[in-house]
Design a protein around this ligand. Sequence first.
Ligand code: FES
Length: 151
Amino acid sequence: MYQEIFSKYTPTKDNLIYILHDIQDSDPQHYISEEAVQAISEYLNLPANHIYGVITFYSMYSTTPRGKNIIRLCESPHCYIKGSENILRKMKNSLNVGVGETTKDGVFTLELCACLGVCGNAPVMMINDDVYGDLTEDKVDDILAKLREVK
Ligand code: FES
């Protein structure tokens, strides 16, 4: 199941984060399963606890299933000053989830993240690979509605 990904990388420890990225990206629920960790452990000849250590160090990795769209709202100071708290409250209400949770329909997972490097457009969030800036509560409604329409 993971052979196609493994075949792209030599079995060295240096390739661990690339393999984790590919495995998470290829999973429809955007996470790294226990089964995947076991397979990586065997391929790289690394203990599973070392792999879990790397997964938990980087906030972009998850060991729990997530939604189709992963929202990462920046909680760093510039975005905070520009109102990210209001955006967070709006999203929690609209999606009926807390931080780290996935909507019942599996469409959205709400997460927080550190600075996304586009502070000039604060408040900012990323959804999957797309960045959305200058957020307002109305803009958030539009963005979420559009993503709900995408099948
Ligand atoms: S502080 Fe939010 S993008 Fe930099």
